[in-house]
Structures are given as C-alpha cells and as structure tokens.
Design a protein around this ligand. Structure first.
Ligand code: GLU
Length: 547
C-alpha cells in the first residue's frame, strides 16, 4: 500500500486534496504592513470584558493598518458549545463597533472568501492536511485506549515526568502500515498524532510582539492533530486556519505562550510560513493574596450586562480598555477632546507584559470625562433610550418637556470646562431629580443643615429682586446687594471680627437658596437652577423648607 492509499484508508471520504485548498484561498492582495488578524472565540457563552478586550485589540491593529479583521468560531470542542453561541457573540460584540471584515454574520450566514469561518464546518480541510502529513510520514494513527492514556498520565505524574506521548511512550509511532491496518480492521479506535521532529533539549524562541523574545523548549510530544470524532485539536486547526486565512498576526491570550513550540512546529511541518505572534496579558483581579484572571462567574463587573444596567456606554468600556492596551492612551484622550479612539495609533510595544488589575474606579472616572464631552442632545438621547428600558417613570418625566430637560442637561456643559459629575446614565436622576417638581414632591430626604434667615427675606428676594432676565453677573450682583442689605456681609474680615452682627456671609445666603432648592449643599450653579425652575416653584419650595 502506498502512503497515499494509507492516508486514504486512515481518513476516508475526504473530498479534496490539500492542494485544492491552497488554490482556493490565494494570498490576500493587501498593502505592505496591513495586518490580518482575527478574533477566534469558542461559542461557549456570552463574551465578557476580557473577550471584548482581546477582540478590540485585534480589531484596532487591523483597522489602523487597513488590514483584515475576521471572526472565526472555534467550536471543535462540541461538548462546550452552547445553542445560538455564534449569535450571542455577534450580538455582544457588534454594539462595541468592533466590525469584522469577514466571518459569520449570523448563526447560519457568513461573509468573506476565506470561509467557512466555523471550524466544525472545516472538517474536510483539516483532514486533507492530516492526510498530507500521513503521506509524508509526519503523522500516524495512535491506538491507545482512554484507559491506557490514563495509566500513562498517572505513571508520568507519579514519576514526576513530563506528561504526554513522546519517546518511549510513543508506542504507535513506528507501527508498520500493515500492523495499523490490521488493528483498524479489528475495529480498534484511533486518533492521528503528529510525529514530532523536535528534541526537548533544543530551544525555540518566540519573538513575541508584546512580551519580547521568550525561550522555550522545543516540542517533542506527538501531539494529537485529529481527534476520534474526526475533528482537529486547537493546535492543528490554528495552524491550518491561520495559514489558509492568511493571518499575519496571531493576537491571542497569553495562556497560549507555553503551547507556542507545538504551534510553530506544526506550521513548519506543514510547510507553512509562521505568522507573527502577540500574546495579550490578561485583565486580572486581586483576591486576597492571589491574583487571578477577571472572571464572568466571579466578578459581576466582568459581564457586559453590568454596564448596560448602569447605563455606562460601550464606548466608555472601550476607552477604559484602551488605557490598558497602551499606557499613553489616557493622556492622549485627555488632551484631545475632539478625537475618538479610532484616531489613536496603538502599538504592540506599549502593551502590558503582565496582567493588569481591573480598575472600576478608573473606568468610572473615564466615564465622567466621556459624559462631560457629550452635547446635551446626545446625552438626552442616550438617557431617553436607557430610561425607556430601566426607569420608565423617569423616562416619561424627562420627555414631558424635552426642551426643559435639554436645558437642565446643558447646565455647565456648553463651557470650556464642563462639569464632570455623571459617570453613568443611572446617575443622571441622582444629580438632577430636584429639577423635576414631581420628583421633588415625592422626595423624603431631610434638608441638610444650613444657616437660616427669616423666611420673609427669602420670599422678598424671589418676589421683588429676582429677575429671570438677568444674566449671571447681574444676578449675582443683585444677590450680593440684597443679602448685604438684609443682614449678610461680603466682608470676610468684618464677619470674622463680629460674627454676631450678621446672619452670615453672602455665600451663606446662596447656600441657603441651594438647600431650599436641592436639599443638599452641592449642586451645579444655582443661577441656572433658579432660572429653569422659575419663581412659582421657588416660592413653593421656600414654603416647604420653612414648614
Ligand atoms: N479559541 C481560542 C480561545 O478562545 C482562540 C485562541 C486564538 O486566538 O488562537 O482561546
């Protein structure tokens, strides 16, 4: 039996030869320097912050080099695959504006000429290349039963040896074709293993674009390439897919660093060019004394729904992630008020080598900056959408008089240094509830302590002095003059010397007005609060305060 016949016997019913695929997926016609990379998740659940982080990184590098970014679904581990897992990935990633040039666009459809982009639909392709290796005597069938494999593993760990099928453990490596055929005819089950040409004593160097050069022992393990279900292992699929899809850069989690020698070996054995690698360090969480990866099961803030519920936009999450990707992003963002993330040029060399602790505080602070840069109309639209889903009552309140709401949202917004108070859409109500009389009437909070004057003084101020047509300066000058005529002073020194002679300073009069309106001693500029609430509401609140 020739090698070719033997390969056909081991992997029958494979429609095409490997060379068919080499022709079918020609080199991409791209400019020098264009990065082709991918996001290659397993459809095992909803993507979380760590997944967004990885896909955002790959996407950014492809986009900024006018390259190709594609989605590949790695579902060869059928047991873990969930129903509609592809749709779940698409639905989660899409709102982040992380766009794929190629890949699945729904559970059943895809775009691009290098597909299928779902590994379980590529079985024939993997087998065609496995056959190539068998023909070249670089791969072989292995007949160990699960029980035998368990025994070997147990023995190796007991003897503190490396785990795996290598050297003397590679019992079927040199089996003759005839012996193998006999076993198969006797219905013995087999998988296909690589005949590793490596020597553990040799070194390979991973030239990682993020971590620098990493020296690792060469692989000498006869790794499985085709499993008993006919599907490939991750390593084999990785080599074939990234070769045929012409990936220039493999950008993936650094848990794969230690498997690099196997991957490099597979590329070489298959006669493929080895792509560049960039291994991303994870986002971590400190738990007691140990540091672990951010986990969607343990950390609520790792899930995307956490941010949706609070009304923290995807853009903010991306901005925060960008600060992790490149250490100089944050400064750039702060200094470039008119730019968006896509204008930044990310670099591999500025990425963290080790894990970065997830910092929700920092995310919230970035969120404040983000919200402060929105126009009132933009903020209103977001708030409208958010409250429609999470707070219907507030939604109808803000829509009762949209112009009024827009005015409120514009307080200290349309200025050189806008207020940085709102970190989430959920918080808007917390900052502005008192501007809506219906919410004020329902509020049961106590008024904060404040120096009081006679009720009549405040009533007279509103009735006789306040004029809604005044600009801010005139308004303040009038307040000052009125307060000083009614027992307040603007002279700090004088007040210090004779505190009993005065009700307080002019600032105390303003503080009183503020507490009457807001119940608290902090708020945006009360000039606007009074202006928008209007005289009648003010008079009502004065009555309530002095009750
Ligand atoms: N499916 C692999 C994972 O989820 C992908 C790794 C890669 O990007 O090659 O970790």
């Amino acid at each position: 039996m020739t090698n070719k016949e033997y390969a056909n016997f081991l992997l029958p019913n494979v429609e095409h030869d490997w060379s068919y695929y080499e022709e079918k997926y020609p080199k991409r016609d791209l400019k020098e320097g264009a990065i082709v990379s991918r996001y290659a998740p397993s459809p095992t659940g909803l993507p979380h912050i760590g997944n967004i982080y990885q896909s955002f990184i790959s996407y950014s590098f492809c986009k900024q080099t006018n390259g190709i970014f594609f989605l590949r679904i790695e579902d060869t581990d059928g047991k873990r695959t969930i129903e509609n897992g592809i749709q779940a990935i698409l639905d989660t990633i899409k709102p982040f504006n992380i766009e794929f040039n190629e890949g699945p666009i729904s559970q059943t459809e895809a775009k691009g000429n290098y597909g299928p982009y779902i590994q379980s639909e590529r079985k024939d392709i993997y087998q065609a290349y496995a056959k190539k290796l068998i023909e070249e005597d670089k791969a072989y069938p292995c007949f160990y039963t699960q029980e035998e494999m368990d025994q070997i593993r147990e023995y190796q760990s007991h003897k503190k040896q490396r785990i795996g099928i290598y050297k003397k453990y590679a019992k079927y490596r040199d089996l003759s074709k005839e012996e193998a055929i006999e076993k198969i005819n006797n219905n013995e089950k087999y998988i296909i293993r690589l005949k590793s040409p490596g020597d553990f004593e040799n070194k390979v160097i991973l030239h990682d674009l993020i971590k620098g050069d990493i020296e690792l022992p060469e692989n000498d393990i006869d790794e499985v390439i085709i499993k008993s279900d006919g599907l490939p292992t991750y390593a084999f699929a990785h080599a074939i897919d990234d070769h045929l899809m012409h990936t220039t850069h493999v950008i993936r989690g650094d848990e794969w660093v230690s498997s690099y020698p196997v991957h490099e070996q597979l590329f070489k054995v298959l006669g493929f060019q080895v792509p560049k690698y960039a291994h991303i360090a994870p986002i971590t969480v400190k738990e007691g004394e140990t540091v672990r990866k951010l986990s969607k099961r343990k950390d609520p803030e790792a899930t995307i729904s956490y941010y949706y519920e609070k009304g923290i936009p995807n853009e903010v999450i991306k901005l925060y992630l960008a600060t992790i990707v490149n250490f100089d992003f944050e400064e750039w963002y702060t200094n470039n008020t008119d730019k968006s993330i896509n204008d930044f040029n990310f670099e591999f060399s500025k990425m963290p080598i080790g894990g970065t602790a997830f910092d929700l505080e920092k995310l919230m602070s970035i969120s404040r900056t983000y919200f402060s840069r929105l126009k009132n109309t933009e903020l209103f639209d977001m708030l409208d959408k958010y409250t429609l889903e999470y707070d219907k009552e507030f939604n109808s309140i803000i829509n009762e008089d949209k112009e009024y709401s827009l005015n409120i949202l514009n307080i200290e917004r349309d200025v050189e240094r806008p207020r940085k108070d709102i970190a989430s859409l959920e918080e808007v109500k917390k900052y502005f509830w008192y501007m809506y009389p219906s919410l004020f009437d329902k509020n049961t909070e106590e008024y904060m302590e404040v120096k009081k004057c006679d009720k009549q003084i405040v009533l007279d101020y509103i009735n006789n002095i306040y004029d809604e047509k005044d600009d801010q300066e005139t308004w303040f000058n009038k307040v000052k003059e009125y307060a000083c005529l009614n027992g307040y002073t603007s002279d700090k020194k004088e007040y210090k010397e004779n505190p009993d002679k005065f009700i307080g300073m002019v600032s105390d009069f303003c503080a009183l007005l503020r507490v009457i309106i807001v119940k608290k001693n902090q708020s945006p500029n009360i000039y606007y609060l009074i202006k928008y609430l209007g005289k009648n509401e003010l008079l009502k609140r004065i009555e309530l305060f002095y009750k």
